[in-house]
Design a protein around this ligand. Structure first.
Ligand code: SAH
Length: 352
């Protein structure tokens, strides 16, 4: 059992089953989720005997394996090692309005989007709630600055790890934890329609970002295997339901790939699709991935795409690129590390 993945209510029940008072649970919870303790020994308002009892449960703490800082904009990329040796990546983006952290929800991914580096090795496993939380905790502790925004846009498909994701959001936004506002949390999905409907029922105030990337099913199927399972019209109807239940505008992510989805007629088709749905489009020139042949659209093509959408009355922004000098694109630091380990193994360096 992983104490750090329990909500305060669950931890209180757990403590009760050990014959401990509810305030003990609040103390442990605050140490883990607000004071960001890395060991039970730090929890000095608990008796030594109780701390020794707690030590039977491993405390999830990620190990920082590597960090790169962008000289251009202060973006930091972290590579963390999990207790079983899996590696995951997280990114810190300093903005005027506060520090934003992008976290991974799985080690690897099984969605298979053709332009994405994170899916190349497939899914290794789901992350626990505590492994998602600790990416933020370790970064906040490392910088000494408060994290105010969280985006679940790193490696993995968050809705493919639904139970742990919900737990993560509940703990992250709890008053006794880091108390990050739900409005400052964004979850990005390639579009698992039944899970979007389930999430709508939770009536959270988080932003849902949909990786749309295409104006029709035919193009979407070429670049996103999930499009073989769900049609865009069903995806958009789930988005409408999400808006109706939560009052939160949808964000559509659209990575522009040269010659694939970036033509003026694609912009007009996209506008026709989402007109009337309270939403916002985020355009991102695709980050070329070494193993893939996709190229990014030119600046002029991106601007033209944006203008067409605007003229159709769609809210649209071009995502500002950050960390361009530090393996900025999704999943590339982790992949580089995995390659390096693979090469070393091939050469027998890790032989013993
Ligand atoms: N699985 C989730 C979240 C992780 S991916 C999802 O699909 O939304 C986060 C975002 O980065 C998604 O919009 C994804 O499509 C996009 N992305 C992945 N690889 C990219 C690349 N090489 N260039 C631009 N965007 C990319």
């Amino acid at each position: 059992m992983d104490l750090k993945s329990l909500t305060l209510e669950e931890l209180t029940e757990e403590c009760a089953s050990w014959g401990e008072k509810p305030y003990r649970a609040r103390q442990i919870y605050a140490w883990m989720h607000s004071r960001l303790a890395v060991s039970y020994d730090e929890m000095t308002d608990l008796s030594k005997a109780f701390r020794e009892k707690l030590a039977a449960w491993p405390l999830t703490v990620l190990e920082k394996a590597e960090m790169q800082t962008s000289a251009l904009d202060g973006t930091r990329k972290y590579l963390f090692r999990l207790s079983d040796g899996n590696m995951i990546e997280s990114v810190l983006m300093p903005y005027h309005h506060g520090n934003s952290v992008c976290i991974s929800s799985q080690a690897g991914c099984r969605m298979g989007c053709r332009f994405c580096a994170s899916t190349i090795g497939g899914l290794s496993r789901n992350l626990s709630a505590s492994e998602m939380l600790d990416q933020i905790y370790r970064i906040q502790a490392d910088t000494g600055e408060r994290v105010s925004n969280v985006v679940v846009m790193g490696t993995g498909e968050p809705l493919d790890n639904y139970e742990n994701l919900l737990r993560f959001i509940r703990i992250l936004t709890s008053g006794e934890g880091l108390c990050i506002s739900q409005r400052n949390v964004t979850v990005s999905t390639c579009g698992l329609v039944p899970k979007i409907r389930e999430l709508a029922e939770e009536k959270l105030a988080i932003t849902l970002a949909i990786s749309l990337h295409a104006p029709n099913d035919e193009i979407r199927r070429q670049i996103m295997p999930i499009a073989n399972q769900y049609r865009i019209r069903d995806l958009l109807s789930a988005c409408r339901e999400y808006f109706e239940k939560t009052g939160r505008r949808i964000t559509f992510e659209y990575s522009l790939i040269s010659g694939v989805n970036d033509r003026p007629e694609h912009a007009r088709e996209l506008a026709g699709l989402i007109r009337g749905l309270p939403s916002h489009v985020n355009l991102i020139p695709v980050n070329p991935v070494r193993e893939r042949s996709y190229q990014r659209s030119t600046r002029a093509e991106v601007d033209n795409f944006k203008n067409i959408l605007e003229n159709c009355g769609i809210n649209v922004t071009i995502r500002r690129e950050m960390g361009a000098d530090i393996d900025g694109a999704c999943g590339q630091l982790r992949k580089k590390f995995l390659h390096a380990e693979g090469d070393k193994q091939d050469e027998g360096i890790l032989g013993d």
